[in-house]
Design a protein around this ligand. Sequence first.
Ligand SMILES: NC(=O)c1ccc[n+]([C@@H]2O[C@H](COP(=O)([O-])OP(=O)(O)OC[C@H]3O[C@@H](n4cnc5c(N)ncnc54)[C@H](O)[C@@H]3O)[C@@H](O)[C@H]2O)c1
Length: 312
Amino acid sequence: MEKKIAVIGLGKMGVDWVANLLEGGFEVYGFDASAQSRETVEQRLKKGLGWIAKKRKAGEENFVESAYSRFHLLDSEEAFLEKAKSASIFLEVVYEDLKLKCQLFERFIPPLPSEVIVWTNTSSLSIATMAEASGRPEKFLGTHGMNPVYQMPGVEVVVHEKLSDSTLQQTLKILEELGKITFVAADVPGFWVNKQLIPFMLEAVRALERGEIRVEDGDVGLKTCLGHPQGVFKLADFIGIDTFYRVAVAMYLATQDPRYYPPALLARLFQREEWGVKTSKGFYEWDGFKPKGPRDFKDFQFQDASTVLLVP
Ligand SMILES: NC(=O)c1ccc[n+]([C@@H]2O[C@H](COP(=O)([O-])OP(=O)(O)OC[C@H]3O[C@@H](n4cnc5c(N)ncnc54)[C@H](O)[C@@H]3O)[C@@H](O)[C@H]2O)c1
């Protein structure tokens, strides 16, 4: 298989996937619909490659520049589609929105050669539904990388009824060659990881809303008592409050399970575009990737329309 991959969506996760793929020797064609994402991609990607250079490529001169030279940013859907035709894998990493993802698969996948495998990095959405939209369900599966992809070894590989065993085996082999540790999960809302994590994180936000805990105490508690690397509020700011909110809403809509209903505080942060590290404000105030301090939510009001489920 030729090491060529087309990646659509170059936000937080897309770029981190690209860094890992370049490290693994792939030629990568990338596209994002937002001009702002395209303008900042080089700086964000080089940050990831810089981390890899320090931790895993010590002594390899010019690693960052030579890896980056295999990344090709396209500035239109048409140009991207043309390049995607020469790739072996198509990886989708756009917003957590089932309709958006399905529309994208309907448009982009049918023109690709029949042997191209399709991966989606969705956190929670129905793989079987997207697989049907792609028109090639036997070659379509979930490869749910964790944040940041190039640092976190685990990849949740999500299977469904129509997936062929050869596509699954090929995918597992490619991911393992990239240094990932794979595990297989069922196509249920949130799969395995987010089915555990999202209710836990939402409960932390509810506790904050009720005034039972303060942001920093909550994180210190989880770090020092449960061995969490950062605590739940910092994790939410790194994930992106927008993504956290979209995942919770998607899981709630798919299951109607009240444990996934996003609390008003989360809806309010989503509405205000206080999305964590990426907007310098979330549960903490941020200076780049450094927390300036936790926020105090005493002044938030919840008795208004934002308590109604806001579907992005
Ligand atoms: N953030 C996390 O911690 C995390 C972890 C695991 C999985 N995920 C999943 O990864 C996916 C991406 O999440 P993210 O955090 O990188 O989001 P993000 O908001 O950082 O990036 C999404 C990107 O998709 C682009 N996009 C949207 N519509 C597009 C279109 N039609 N064509 C091309 N580009 C388009 C946006 O411009 C944006 O740059 C989601 O499915 C999310 O659930 C996120």
